[in-house]
Design a protein around this ligand. Structure first.
Ligand SMILES: Nc1ncnc2c1ncn2[C@@H]1O[C@H](COP(=O)(O)OP(=O)(O)OP(=O)(O)O)[C@@H](O)[C@H]1O
Ligand SMILES: [Mg+2]
Length: 366
């Protein structure tokens, strides 16, 4: 239940500008929704039963905006992203419902052949592990060039120039020399930049970055994220930024959606989330943010275990971990995502939201 999306319009002047020295870079958000995900549902069939890894996800992103997706391991962040890209392996996975509106049409409905040019062209995904994303037996020119060949139909010298240009855009020094290197000849940071170069080579409208810096050390990570923001301000791309680090969200994102057990439990502007979190899970994630200087790449430690998705409790799936007091009946109610305050959405449950009574009129079970 994401806020009503503005219909696709031509680019409007900047409506919001935030320049914050503590962030990886400013955002220039345009009032044009570029990607809208509506009630997306993806299931996996496993021997233990059906896993609802993405269970009715809805959000939208505007041109120039960065939306963070946070949540513990296994909460469905990557499955949601791969569903948007139509890269879910079937079987065992299947997109069973919802819409993904990109540039005005539902890309879940277009033929796969057409999707091949949408992928990497209009929307691209930068993966977590550069060694997995890069093929060790091809040089960098081949791999960046492949994407450029597919989407821009370029060959020979023109393609080579685009490759060098893409490497230059991600600030790889001596791009003409580096283009002839193989992945193992580059440092981790440089490899991640190459993956970034592939991701941005066709100027996509939307970049999904799935934990793009997990394998990098802190300084290189900061430099890479700053670079992503710079590229965004040059191209106006929308970024969906997946991480389990709320500290990075604060510096990188404009808005954030918190995922738990395949659903969004809270979504709001970054500042609003940090200042007034409503859901107990969000509060726990925020309080587990390590100081950036001492960042170790650890997962947030919060009480209890993430639930098994094939054996979810009925009703409020967070109830077993919630520190609040509530009745057994309360825990059996499946909460709705409501706009509790302007642009601040929360999955409203007596089990997970301390201020439930303040907002209870918004739901039938209040
Ligand atoms: N191939 C698969 N077969 C069966 N279940 C799967 C498969 N891929 C994902 N899942 C299920 O989907 C859930 C969500 O996985 P996903 O990769 O989206 O988590 P994530 O939030 O990206 O976690 P992480 O932070 O570790 O990357 C998993 O917990 C698992 O139950
Ligand atoms: Mg993941």
């Amino acid at each position: 239940m994401v806020k009503k999306a503005a219909s696709k319009t031509t680019e409007k002047p900047t409506t919001k500008k935030s320049v914050d020295s503590d962030r990886f870079g400013p955002s220039t958000i345009r009032d044009e929704v570029i990607l809208e995900v509506k009630n997306l549902q993806t299931n996996f069939t496993t021997k233990w039963g059906t896993v609802k890894a993405c269970d009715g996800i809805s959000y939208s992103v505007k041109r120039g905006e960065t939306l963070g997706i946070v949540g513990e391991s296994g909460s469905g962040k990557s499955v949601t992203a791969l569903s948007i890209m139509r890269l879910i392996q079937s079987p065992p996975g299947e997109i069973v419902g919802g819409e993904v509106i990109l540039n005005g049409r539902d890309i879940l409905k277009i033929p796969e052949r057409q999707m091949t040019s949408v992928r990497g062209g209009e929307i691209s995904m930068i993966l977590q592990d550069p060694m997995q994303a890069l093929n060790p037996v091809f040089d960098i020119n081949d791999q960046v060039g492949e994407a450029i060949g597919i989407h821009q139909k370029l060959r020979g010298k023109k393609r080579w120039e685009k490759v060098v240009d893409a490497l230059r855009k991600v600030r790889i020094p001596a791009p003409q020399t580096r283009a002839k290197d193989y992945p193992h000849q580059l440092s981790g940071g440089m490899r991640q930049r190459v993956v970034g170069a592939i991701g941005i080579s066709s100027n996509p409208d939307v970049i999904i970055a799935d934990e793009p810096t997990t394998s990098l050390d802190v300084t290189i990570q900061a430099a890479y994220l700053r670079l992503l923001k710079q590229i965004q301000s040059e191209t106006g791309a929308a970024i969906v930024f997946i991480t389990h680090d709320f500290g990075i969200v604060a510096k990188m994102c404009d808005r954030v959606a918190v995922m738990y057990a395949g659903r969004i439990v809270e979504m709001a502007d970054v500042r609003e989330i940090f200042n007034n979190p409503l859901h107990e899970y969000t509060k726990a994630l925020i309080s587990s943010v390590p100081k950036l200087e001492e960042k170790t790449g650890r997962l947030p430690q919060i009480e209890g275990q993430p639930p098994l998705l094939y054996d979810l409790p009925q009703g409020d799936t967070f109830a077993p971990r919630s520190p609040l007091k509530f009745s057994e009946e309360d825990a059996l109610i499946r909460p709705e995502l409501v706009e509790a305050k302007p642009n601040h959405f929360v999955q409203l449950s007596r089990c997970s939201v301390k201020d439930f009574d303040k907002y209870k009129d918004m739901v039938s079970y209040g």
